[in-house]
Design a protein around this ligand. Structure first.
Ligand code: NAP
Length: 266
């Protein structure tokens, strides 16, 4: 069992970051890229090509080849995901890498304009769950299939939220999706003790997501909470939480699938 072992990323790594075009995903990609050893490959996924290219330019180095790939992860088929992963690995075999990492950072808030007791649009909910839960599981499975012969080198980080474990009024799509997604990774970790799995909650971070809450939420308390975070300047910068995520990961003190929050004691 690999739990409680420090993680060393100084060898060559294959690293996937979803939702890498902005916000926390971009910051994580930049932080991780700094650590990767020679002959590493990073695959950055999101829809916005221009922003992905900016992230790629921030990550590239003599050690790290970066492959930015535009993909809509809410609708991509499993075959398409597999192709994207295999294309990034072209010229390599999974055994070439000392570590194979995937950061499941992609995420959206869902419909903040509908009150929980009035939720009834199942098609909309399904689309929300596709992007935030089902396709995250699919992508993870395609990744694991490729690396199944070197499974003990696999490291999975799910970017979760306090909302996965604590209800927040006005955010039923988000909270339920985050809870389901986190539990999937916990069950996986329970079954696969040779794979390192971390559920990292980044804290309240200054990104487009927060602006969306402030402009779209119909729940007054929700709006107030995030407005006051903004006005008091208490939102975290993406780089700060990304550094903490990497620190927690490298220290390797987390249990299988453990939920670790930015504010947890070290
Ligand atoms: N901000 C916070 O306070 C906070 C707190 C706790 C947890 N989190 C979690 O942290 C993660 C990142 O959040 P963030 O605040 O950085 O959000 P963000 O700025 O809105 O970034 C979301 C990322 O996901 C990508 N994305 C969205 N829909 C996509 C799709 N259909 N296909 C592919 N990529 C898609 C976006 O890229 P494109 O638009 O280019 O596709 C973007 O790169 C999320 O999982 C979020 O739940 C955030």
């Amino acid at each position: 069992m690999a739990t409680s072992c420090a993680i060393d990323l100084s060898g060559s790594s294959f690293c996937v970051v979803s939702g890498a075009s902005q916000g926390i995903g971009r910051a994580i990609a930049v932080e991780v890229a700094k650590l990767l050893g020679p002959k590493s490959v990073m695959l950055l996924l999101a829809r916005n090509k221009q922003e992905l290219a900016i992230t790629a330019s921030l990550c590239e180095s003599p050690n790290v080849k970066v492959i930015p790939t535009s993909i809509d992860l809410g609708v991509a088929t499993e075959a398409e995901m597999s192709v994207v992963l295999k294309q990034a690995l072209k010229g390599y075999s999974p055994e070439d890498f000392a570590n194979s990492l995937i950061f499941h950072n992609v995420g959206s808030l869902g419909n903040l304009a509908v009150e929980t007791f009035r939720m009834e649009n199942v098609e909309e909910l399904r689309q929300y769950y596709d992007l935030n839960v089902f396709k995250v599981i699919s992508l993870n499975t395609q990744f694991l299939k490729i690396f199944e012969d070197v499974e003990d080198r696999v490291i999975i980080v799910n970017i979760t939220s306090l909302c996965a474990i604590k209800p927040m009024g006005g955010m039923a799509y988000y909270c339920s999706g985050k809870a389901a997604r986190e539990m999937y990774f916990k069950v996986l970790a329970e079954e696969k003790k040779n794979i390192r799995v971390l559920n990292y909650a980044p804290g309240p971070v200054e990104t487009a997501m927060i602006d969306y809450i402030v402009s779209e939420a119909v729940n007054e308390n929700l709006k107030d909470v995030f407005n006051s975070f903004k006005n008091q300047g208490s939102l975290l910068k993406p780089e700060i939480t990304a550094k903490k995520c990497v620190k927690v990961l490298l220290a390797g003190k987390f249990g299988p699938g453990e939920h670790v929050d930015f504010f947890d004691d070290e």
